[in-house]
Design a protein around this ligand. Structure first.
Ligand code: NAD
Length: 507
């Protein structure tokens, strides 16, 4: 630890390129020791108004929106370079709030940010701001072209789990096509986003074009989502809050992209490589203590391999080192809060009361290093049935539920029987058989013999209540533009136009 060095760090908001502070503060509690490591201002409606006004002015001045696309790309590439240069610092700031292990934050949470920014910059270099249409003879001789223009002010509301990465999936495409942005991070995990926004100023994003308001969801978040000068909301978070955002957006008919929760299934076919599937599904379900939206937490395992698969899963789970996240040797850290820990332990107890068996873990790890902070052991439940809460609800904790199936039809039906549809995985030595199953699964991403493969060139998002719209992928920039059709009459003749449907008596 170098940034706080045992002291409580304080970081102000960034509005119109300036530090903005408040005497009303939010404490950032570090999940592995339960201590306050930092404070940020508790921003409220007036701060949101100021940030949106700065963004609006920044947008209308044209300093960014009417700069050349090439200039914006160069600035974003500079920012990606700065993110790479400040990797260690950003990792430290992010993990102070979300408790991810330093190894995981370096290799994933923060490590993915710069490469994904480069992907977006490459897309922007090929982006067509004007698409000429063909000539048409109906209803008259003419031609239309489509312009793609920035929406204006984009609001970004980010969750606690991958704060900077998921915010960057919205901020960077929005900026590349000329929008201004106001970000409201999760109140527990604002630090890396605040640093990123200051690096953006250094890279050449003009003051006012990227603003960060820290604060709670019901205060700053709701004020931002409801603001009449915001044209688009990019939101990642839970389904209940996603519904609220959609309702708030409805009053001023805002465009929304919603990346929401999940309860992702994995189907292990009888011919699967069980060693690979066991490791892949521990990674798929327990990474960051299961606090990943697409975590594979419902494991449908064919009855013929159920027992040997569970034995392998338990054997491999026992190698996972739970410990202090700032130790490079630690595999798994804490969960985000005491409320989360208690909710997760409640799910485990509920499943056991309904007849499930704890095959591994199931409680709080023992040892003096776990006396402070918020801990749950990696947990494997067997004998889970489809109607149990652990098999239906998003636990957002390190809990894998194993269910046995007889036929592929049954497994597919169970996998699809969910209000969510974010992701899934299929495990088999036969790629064709696995793809045939993937084709039948109603989810936005299906991995074959893998999990959490976040490839920037593939769209990411959910079916059903897992969300609206997609991030990443070749269309990533399109979520942040308005399209305008420009129609030109080429006939040059009054009598070639259909005006006589109204004006037949005019001559
Ligand atoms: P959350 O919904 O509690 O909070 C997300 C953000 O919304 C935070 O910034 C919060 O302050 C804000 N917020 C809360 N109430 C608000 C309100 N009334 N108005 C406006 N903003 C409000 O989610 P979380 O606990 O931070 O994250 C976990 C959830 O996010 C899980 O459900 C997870 O599956 C989901 N998630 C989805 C994806 C995806 O890509 N689909 C990725 C990561 C996380």
């Amino acid at each position: 630890m170098t940034i706080t060095d045992g002291h409580v760090l304080h970081v102000p908001m960034l509005i119109d390129g300036k530090d903005v502070d408040s005497t009303d503060l939010i404490e950032v509690v570090t999940p592995w020791n339960g201590q306050v490591s930092a404070t940020v201002p508790r921003g409220d409606s007036p701060h949101v108004d100021a940030a949106v006004a700065a963004a609006r002015t920044g947008f209308e001045s044209g300093v960014w929106a009417r700069a050349t696309a090439q200039h914006r790309i160069e600035v974003i590439r500079r920012l990606a370079q700065l993110v790479g240069d400040h990797l260690e610092e950003l990792v430290e700031l992010e993990t102070l709030g979300n408790g991810a292990t330093v190894r995981q934050a370096t290799g994933f949470h923060i490590g993915y940010v710069a490469p994904h920014m480069e992907y977006f910059a490459d897309l922007a270099a090929r982006f067509d701001y004007e698409i000429p249409g063909p000539r048409t003879t109906f209803p008259t001789l003419g031609q239309s072209s489509v312009r793609r223009e920035p929406i204006g002010v984009v609001a970004v509301i980010a969750p606690f789990n991958f704060p900077l990465l998921l915010a960057s999936w919205k901020i960077v495409p929005a900026l590349l096509v000329g929008n201004s942005v106001v970000v409201k991070p999760d109140e527990r995990t604002s630090l890396a986003i605040l640093r990123f926004a200051r690096l953006a100023l250094d890279a050449g994003v003009p003051p006012g074009v990227l603003n960060v308001v820290t604060g709670t969801g019901p205060e700053a978040g709701a004020a931002l989502a409801a603001h009449s000068d915001v044209g688009k909301i990019g939101f990642t978070g839970s389904v209940p809050v996603g519904r609220q955002i959609m309702r708030l957006a409805a009053d001023t008919v805002k465009n929304v992209t919603l990346e929401l929760g999940g309860k992702s299934p994995a189907i292990v076919l009888p011919d699967a490589d069980l060693d690979l599937a066991a490791d892949g599904l521990l990674y798929g379900g327990l990474l960051y203590s299961g606090q990943v939206c697409e975590s594979m937490t419902r494991l449908f395992v064919h009855e013929s391999i159920h027992d040997s698969f569970v034995a392998r899963l338990v054997e491999r789970a026992s190698t996972i080192v739970v410990g202090q996240p700032d130790d490079w040797d630690t595999d798994l850290g804490p969960v985000i809060s005491a409320e989360s820990r208690d909710r997760i332990l409640g799910y485990i107890a509920g499943a056991v009361a309904q007849g499930a068996t704890v095959a591994f873990g199931g409680g709080v790890p023992e040892g003096s290093q776990f006396s402070r902070g918020f801990w749950v052991e990696p947990t494997i439940l067997t004998g889970v049935t489809p109607e149990m809460a652990v098999a239906r609800e998003e636990i957002f904790g390190p809990v894998l539920s194993v269910l046995s199936y007889r036929t592929v039809d049954e497994a597919v039906a169970l996998a699809n029987d969910s209000e969510y549809g974010l992701a899934a995985s299929v495990w088999s030595r036969d790629n064709d058989a696995a793809i045939a199953v993937a084709d039948r699964i109603r989810a936005g991403s299906v991995w074959i013999n893998d999990a959490h493969q976040i490839n920037a060139a593939a769209p990411f998002g959910g079916y059903r209540q897992s969300g609206v719209g997609r991030e990443l992928g070749p269309q990533a920039l399109e979520a942040f533009v308005e399209t305008k059709a420009i129609h030109i009459d080429l006939s040059g003749r009054r009598d070639a136009r259909p005006y006589d449907v109204l004006l037949s008596h005019a001559d």
